[in-house]
Ligand binder design. Sequence first.
Ligand code: 5AD
Ligand code: SF4
Length: 473
Amino acid sequence: MTEMMPQMTPPTTTSPKKLFIKTYGCQMNVYDSDRMADALAPHGYAPTQDMAEADLVLLNTCHIREKASEKVFSELGRLKELQNEKRAAGSDLMIGVAGCVAQAEGEEIARRAPMVDMVFGPQAYHRLPDMLARAESQRHMHPSLKRAVVDTDFPQEDKFAHLPAARKEVTISRGLTAFLTVQEGCDKFCSFCVVPYTRGAEVSRPVEQVVGEARRLAEAGVKEITLLGQNVNAYHGVDGKGRSVGLGELAYLLAEIPGLERLRYTTSHPRDMDAALIAAHRDLDLLMPYLHLPVQSGSDRILKAMNRKHTAADYLALIDTIKAARPDMALSGDFIVGFPGETEQDFEDTLAIIRQVGYASAYSFKYSTRPGTPGAALGDQVDEAVKTERLARLQELVTSLTNQFHASMVGRTLPVLIERVGRMPGQVGGRSPYLQAVHLEGGAELIGAIHPVEIIGVSTNSLSGRLARAAAA
Ligand code: 5AD
Ligand code: SF4
C-alpha cells in the first residue's frame, strides 16, 4: 500500500470529506458498510481507499470469535497514532466503531478507547448521520468533556426502510455481482454463538423491498445476487397482501427479474431447509447449485450440547432430499473443533460426516468462548493443543475433498460468469455455478456475460479453462 503525504490544501467547505470503512467478518458486514457509505454521501462524505487521507474512519467489526474482536483493539491503537499525526498537522480524524463488537462492548470501547467518537451497533446504521452530527458538535470540546456517542439500542423501527437502498454507483464499483441483505438476526441460539445477542432477533425485510432492490441492481447491470442473512433460509418476509413469504417463494419472484441470471443465498440452518426452498432448487435454473449449509459437528452428543436441534442422521437425510431435487448440488459447511466436552470419538464422527457429504468446501474454526453465550458456562474445555491438532486434521481432509471436487470438473464445460480481467495479461476470470474461480484466455469483451468454458486444469484454488464455442445455432 502506498503512503500518502498529508493533504497540502486544507479542506474547504465545498470539498467532500473522505470516508474510509474497514470491514471485518461476514458478507453482511460488507453489505452494511456499503449502506453506511450511501447514508453518509448526502452529508458530504466521499469514500476513499486510503485510510491516511480519511476525515472519518469507520471500523465495521466482527465478534464471532475471540481473534476477530481482538483485531479491533489493535486497529484502534494504530488509528490513535494516525489521529495524533493529523492533529499535529492541523487536521483531524473522527473514528467510529460499528458492527457486532460495538454492539456487544459499546460502553467498554468508549472507556478503553477514548479517542473513539462514535460506537454503534448494526441496528443503528440508519441513525448514522444524526450520530455523526452529534459527534462533530463535540469535536472542539476539551478532551475531558468529550464523550463518545454510543448507540447500541435495538429499535422498533425498520432500519432498512430508513437506509438508502443499494445505489447504482456502489453496484458498479462492485461489478456484476452484489449482496442483498434480506434477513438479519437469529432466534436459534446455538450455544456457542453470539449472533442472537449482537444482531438480535430474526427480522425479515418485506418482499416488495427486497424485490425492488434486486430489480434496481439488475437494471444497473448486476447479473448475480447473493441474498444474505445470518439465518437466511428462515426468511419470512411479508408481501403486499400481508402474507408471509419464505425464501423458496422469494426465489421464484426474483427469477422473474429481467437481466438477473444467478441467485445464491447464505447462510442457512438445516432446520429451515423447507420443501418450498428445495423445490425452488429443482425448478429454477438461476438458483445456483452450491449451498452453504453448516452442520458444525458430526457427533449427536455435541450437536445436542450445541443446541443445534438436529442429529447427524437428520442432516444426512436432508442432503439426500436436496440432492434428489438438484443432483449436482455442491455443499459447503462450517465446523467447530474443540467444543467443550468434545472427545476423540466425537471428533472422528465429524470427520466421518465430512467424508460422507463430500463437501466442495468448508470453513473450520477452533471453538472460542464467547462471553454471555451458554457455551461459556460449560466445563470440560478442550486443550488448545488438542484443538490445534484436530483443526489441522480436519482441514487436511477438507483440502483433499476440495481438490477432488475441483479435479472432477476437468473435461466438463461449465457456464462461467466472466467478471474481470485476469491476473495474467490476455486472461479473464469469473465463477462457475459452484463458486469456483475460473480463469481463461480471452479479451475484456467477454466480461459481463455467462460463457461456456471447458475446464482443462486445476490449481490450488482455481480452475483453468478455455472458451467453448456454443454449439452452432
Ligand atoms: N467459536 C468458534 N467458531 C464459531 N462460529 C460461531 N461461533 C463460534 C465460536 N464461538 C463459527 C460457526 C459459524 C461460523 C460463522 O462461525 O461455525 O457457522
Ligand atoms: Fe449463530 Fe446458530 Fe444463529 Fe447460526 S444459527 S447465527 S450459528 S445461533
